[in-house]
Design a protein. Structure first.
Length: 156
Protein backbone atom coordinates (compact mmCIF):
# COMPACT_ATOMS: atom_id res chain seq x y z
CA UNK A 1 0.00 0.00 0.00
CA UNK A 2 2.94 2.34 0.73
CA UNK A 3 4.26 1.81 -2.82
CA UNK A 4 0.90 2.94 -4.26
CA UNK A 5 0.97 6.13 -2.18
CA UNK A 6 4.48 7.00 -3.42
CA UNK A 7 3.45 6.30 -7.00
CA UNK A 8 0.40 8.53 -6.65
CA UNK A 9 2.53 11.55 -5.67
CA UNK A 10 4.79 11.59 -8.70
CA UNK A 11 2.00 10.50 -11.04
CA UNK A 12 -0.10 13.44 -9.86
CA UNK A 13 2.79 15.85 -10.52
CA UNK A 14 3.27 14.41 -14.00
CA UNK A 15 -0.45 14.74 -14.73
CA UNK A 16 -0.45 18.34 -13.48
CA UNK A 17 2.66 19.10 -15.55
CA UNK A 18 1.19 17.64 -18.73
CA UNK A 19 -2.07 19.50 -18.12
CA UNK A 20 -0.29 22.86 -17.63
CA UNK A 21 1.97 22.41 -20.66
CA UNK A 22 -1.08 21.45 -22.74
CA UNK A 23 -3.06 24.42 -21.38
CA UNK A 24 -0.38 26.71 -22.83
CA UNK A 25 -1.78 25.86 -26.26
CA UNK A 26 -5.13 27.38 -25.30
CA UNK A 27 -3.97 30.33 -23.20
CA UNK A 28 -2.26 33.21 -25.01
CA UNK A 29 1.23 34.12 -23.90
CA UNK A 30 4.11 32.03 -22.67
CA UNK A 31 3.58 31.79 -18.96
CA UNK A 32 1.69 28.67 -17.90
CA UNK A 33 4.26 26.42 -19.57
CA UNK A 34 6.85 27.30 -16.91
CA UNK A 35 4.56 26.07 -14.14
CA UNK A 36 4.08 22.90 -16.19
CA UNK A 37 7.83 22.44 -16.47
CA UNK A 38 8.14 22.91 -12.70
CA UNK A 39 5.43 20.29 -12.12
CA UNK A 40 7.17 17.81 -14.44
CA UNK A 41 10.49 18.36 -12.65
CA UNK A 42 8.64 17.96 -9.35
CA UNK A 43 7.26 14.65 -10.62
CA UNK A 44 10.77 13.42 -11.38
CA UNK A 45 12.05 14.56 -7.97
CA UNK A 46 9.21 12.89 -6.04
CA UNK A 47 9.81 9.70 -8.03
CA UNK A 48 13.44 9.67 -6.91
CA UNK A 49 13.09 11.21 -3.43
CA UNK A 50 9.85 10.58 -1.50
CA UNK A 51 8.79 13.58 0.61
CA UNK A 52 5.79 14.95 2.44
CA UNK A 53 3.13 17.12 0.83
CA UNK A 54 4.31 20.32 2.55
CA UNK A 55 7.83 19.85 1.15
CA UNK A 56 6.43 19.05 -2.28
CA UNK A 57 4.38 22.27 -2.38
CA UNK A 58 7.30 24.37 -1.12
CA UNK A 59 9.68 22.84 -3.66
CA UNK A 60 7.10 23.29 -6.43
CA UNK A 61 6.86 26.99 -5.56
CA UNK A 62 10.63 27.36 -5.73
CA UNK A 63 10.85 25.40 -9.00
CA UNK A 64 8.03 27.50 -10.48
CA UNK A 65 9.89 30.68 -9.64
CA UNK A 66 13.16 29.36 -11.08
CA UNK A 67 11.58 28.04 -14.28
CA UNK A 68 9.67 31.31 -14.81
CA UNK A 69 12.89 33.31 -14.38
CA UNK A 70 14.65 31.06 -16.89
CA UNK A 71 11.73 31.49 -19.28
CA UNK A 72 11.94 35.27 -19.01
CA UNK A 73 15.67 35.11 -19.78
CA UNK A 74 15.06 32.84 -22.77
CA UNK A 75 12.39 35.03 -24.33
CA UNK A 76 13.89 38.43 -23.51
CA UNK A 77 17.22 38.97 -25.18
CA UNK A 78 19.51 41.30 -23.29
CA UNK A 79 20.21 44.61 -25.00
CA UNK A 80 17.34 44.23 -27.43
CA UNK A 81 15.66 47.58 -27.90
CA UNK A 82 12.05 47.62 -29.05
CA UNK A 83 11.14 50.77 -30.92
CA UNK A 84 7.91 52.24 -29.70
CA UNK A 85 5.22 52.15 -32.33
CA UNK A 86 6.78 49.31 -34.32
CA UNK A 87 3.85 47.01 -33.74
CA UNK A 88 1.17 49.64 -34.30
CA UNK A 89 2.56 51.70 -37.12
CA UNK A 90 0.24 53.87 -39.15
CA UNK A 91 -0.25 52.50 -42.63
CA UNK A 92 1.79 54.60 -45.04
CA UNK A 93 4.25 55.91 -42.45
CA UNK A 94 7.00 53.85 -44.08
CA UNK A 95 6.87 56.29 -47.03
CA UNK A 96 7.65 59.39 -44.95
CA UNK A 97 10.86 60.96 -46.24
CA UNK A 98 10.76 59.14 -49.59
CA UNK A 99 10.59 61.03 -52.88
CA UNK A 100 8.35 60.32 -55.85
CA UNK A 101 7.29 61.98 -59.10
CA UNK A 102 3.62 62.81 -59.48
CA UNK A 103 1.78 60.73 -62.06
CA UNK A 104 -1.37 62.85 -62.09
CA UNK A 105 -1.79 66.59 -61.60
CA UNK A 106 -2.54 67.75 -58.06
CA UNK A 107 -5.69 69.87 -58.25
CA UNK A 108 -7.23 71.65 -55.25
CA UNK A 109 -4.55 70.05 -53.08
CA UNK A 110 -5.57 66.45 -53.82
CA UNK A 111 -4.17 63.88 -56.25
CA UNK A 112 -3.31 60.19 -56.66
CA UNK A 113 0.03 58.37 -56.52
CA UNK A 114 0.82 54.72 -57.21
CA UNK A 115 3.39 53.31 -54.78
CA UNK A 116 4.14 49.64 -55.24
CA UNK A 117 0.80 47.88 -55.54
CA UNK A 118 -1.13 50.62 -53.72
CA UNK A 119 -2.89 53.69 -55.06
CA UNK A 120 -2.66 56.51 -52.51
CA UNK A 121 -4.48 59.80 -52.16
CA UNK A 122 -1.88 62.52 -51.75
CA UNK A 123 -2.47 65.98 -50.32
CA UNK A 124 -0.36 69.11 -50.73
CA UNK A 125 0.18 72.12 -52.99
CA UNK A 126 -1.16 72.01 -56.56
CA UNK A 127 1.40 70.82 -59.12
CA UNK A 128 1.73 69.24 -62.56
CA UNK A 129 2.56 65.70 -63.66
CA UNK A 130 6.24 64.85 -63.15
CA UNK A 131 6.78 67.11 -60.15
CA UNK A 132 9.18 65.65 -57.59
CA UNK A 133 7.58 65.43 -54.15
CA UNK A 134 8.62 64.19 -50.72
CA UNK A 135 6.16 62.45 -48.41
CA UNK A 136 6.03 64.35 -45.11
CA UNK A 137 3.23 62.66 -43.18
CA UNK A 138 0.13 60.52 -43.07
CA UNK A 139 -3.35 61.95 -42.54
CA UNK A 140 -5.89 59.14 -42.09
CA UNK A 141 -5.68 57.30 -45.44
CA UNK A 142 -3.87 60.04 -47.35
CA UNK A 143 -0.20 60.92 -47.65
CA UNK A 144 0.88 64.54 -47.15
CA UNK A 145 3.70 65.85 -49.34
CA UNK A 146 5.86 68.86 -50.09
CA UNK A 147 7.13 69.84 -53.53
CA UNK A 148 10.86 69.33 -54.08
CA UNK A 149 11.19 70.49 -57.70
CA UNK A 150 8.82 71.31 -60.50
CA UNK A 151 9.24 70.11 -64.06
CA UNK A 152 9.23 73.56 -65.73
CA UNK A 153 12.45 73.47 -67.72
CA UNK A 154 10.66 74.39 -70.97
CA UNK A 155 10.92 70.98 -72.67
CA UNK A 156 7.83 69.81 -74.53
Amino acid sequence: MELFKLAADYVNWFILGIFLVSAELLIPGVYVIWFGVAALVMGAITFLIPMGLAWQIALFGILSLISTMIGVKVYRKEGQVVKSGVLNTVRGSEYIGLRFKTETPIVNGIGRLNIGDSNWTIMGDDCEIGTEIEITGVDLNALRFKIITTDTDGKD
